[in-house]
Ligand binder design. Structure first.
Ligand code: SF4
Ligand code: SF4
Length: 444
């Protein structure tokens, strides 16, 4: 017999309504709209956000990052990490409860579909505990079919950030793209149908280290022990401790924990238990026993929002962001290296003039436009320069020979000069040296 909860302490989170659930619905709608719409948006003719992996380009809000922007990408990664550290130290697991795709998909798709197709907690528990029946089979079939359809849609939306939405949604994407859609869909389906809260508890690295990022002054979802305890059953017992042991905060928890046991790593700060308790306590004319609070506040101390870790995280965040903005604004898309051509340092012509030959490697790091490049030499007044100008497509590179020729005796031994490369928008200079024989040697 098929056992739908075999080998797994299946969590049947009860439906809950309240002010935080309304906020979740609104924020979830905005986040899902961003997922669906953002791949189609562009700034200055470029995608707002796209990682074009085959071409090794990252488009972000009108800026194009290429492999030569490796340092900028590291800065971006550090900014994202310190932003997470900063907000976690202030607001606890705000990300987990409100913005993590896992939470948003489970709240907005999975639990809604489950409620619609299989009913609320008690009905689902009873049906799953019973033997296989037509009623159970068709409901599971419909639920999993809807999960699978939504998983494909989400996977297509995710892959649109990598390969471009138009090609993907019109069937013109490549085999690799559709294979990735298949793999992502499969992963989402298994997560929604089976894995769920175990991903937060056993797999998510952020859940592991967020304990180190928070302290007594970080916002958490907590139970008001002072007003809640000692617990009693029914309204009469609520004269002492306010908690009436209705267990609603436990029934609605998607992580399967009891927040009254204190801070637990499994808690994703989703606030479902707050709404549940607010509803119960409203009927008793009392404030909710579960709320957003800090350990300091719970212990009667003042919460300090400005403290060592928030100051250092915000300083690092500002410094790194400033550095990234500076590097993007001053970004020079001309990449040049100048090397002496292999062979002799210099060559002497029949008339005694001296020639140096260089290989100039130019790369157009502009990921969008082709450019024309003009090369010249600065610092060698009498030099005859033999070089051809060139055009380069976006991200293309080319090596061209550069010959510098000086009349006899114009310079002695090693003379520094500059190679200048100019296109319509930028210029770059590279230092080089001209080698000539020693004058005394030449005269002798
Ligand atoms: S304890 Fe409350 S806030 Fe934490 S995961 Fe459970 S329902 Fe969400
Ligand atoms: S919902 Fe509130 S009253 Fe009910 S058990 Fe939880 S903390 Fe106690």
């Amino acid at each position: 017999m098929i056992q739908f909860n075999a080998g797994r302490n299946w969590i049947y989170a009860k439906r809950v309504e309240g002010r935080f659930q309304r906020l979740h619905r609104a924020s979830g709608f905005v986040l899902l709209a961003i997922l669906a719409v953002a791949p189609w948006l562009s700034v200055g003719g470029q995608p707002v956000l796209r990682a074009d992996l085959p071409a090794r380009r990252l488009f972000l809000l009108g800026t194009v990052f290429t492999p030569s922007d490796g340092f900028n990408l590291v800065l971006l990664g550090l900014i994202a990490a310190f932003a997470l550290f900063f907000f976690t130290s202030l607001l606890g697991r705000l990300w987990c409860g409100w913005f993590c795709p896992q939470t948003v998909f489970l709240e907005e798709f999975v639990r809604r579909i489950e409620l619609w197709v299989e009913g609320d907690r008690r009905v689902r528990m009873q049906r799953d505990a019973g033997p296989m029946s037509f009623d159970k089979a068709w409901r599971k079939g419909v639920k999993w079919s809807l999960f699978a359809a939504l998983a494909v849609l989400v996977a297509m939306a995710v892959m649109s950030f990598f390969s471009g939405p138009r090609e993907l949604w019109t069937g013109e994407g490549g085999l690799v793209e559709y294979t990735m859609v298949g793999l992502i869909s499969l992963g989402l389906f298994l997560d929604w149908a089976w894995f769920r809260e175990q991903l937060c508890i056993y797999l998510c690295p952020y859940a592991r280290f967020q304990g180190a990022l928070t302290d007594d002054h970080s916002l958490v979802v907590s139970y008001d022990v002072a007003h809640g305890e000692p617990r009693g059953k029914g309204r009469a017992a609520a004269q002492e401790g306010h908690c009436i042991q209705c267990n609603k905060c436990v029934d609605v928890c998607p992580q399967g924990i009891d927040i009254r046991d204190g801070f637990q790593l499994e808690c994703i700060n989703c606030s479902r238990c707050i709404d549940a308790c607010e509803d119960v306590m409203a009927h008793l004319g009392k404030p909710s026993l579960i709320r957003y609070s800090t350990v300091a506040e719970d212990e009667g101390r003042r919460t300090r929002w400005i403290r060592g870790r928030t100051i250092s995280y915000s300083a690092l965040l500002l410094g790194l962001s400033g550095l990234l903005v500076y590097r993007v604004v001053t970004h020079n898309p001309i990449e040049v290296t100048v090397n002496r051509a292999p062979g002799t340092l210099f060559q002497q012509d029949a008339d005694g003039s001296v020639r140096n030959t260089y290989l100039v490697h130019i790369k157009n790091n502009d990921a969008v436009e082709a450019h024309d490049y003009a090369l010249s030499v600065v610092g060698l007044d009498e030099a005859e320069v033999i070089v051809s100008d060139l055009s380069l497509e976006p991200l293309a590179a080319q090596t061209v020979p550069l010959i510098v020729r000086l009349p006899p005796g114009a310079v002695d031994r090693t003379t520094p000069f500059t190679v200048q490369i100019v296109n319509e928008t930028h210029q770059r200079t590279v230092d080089a040296t001209f080698k000539a024989p020693h004058r005394a040697q030449e005269e002798g």
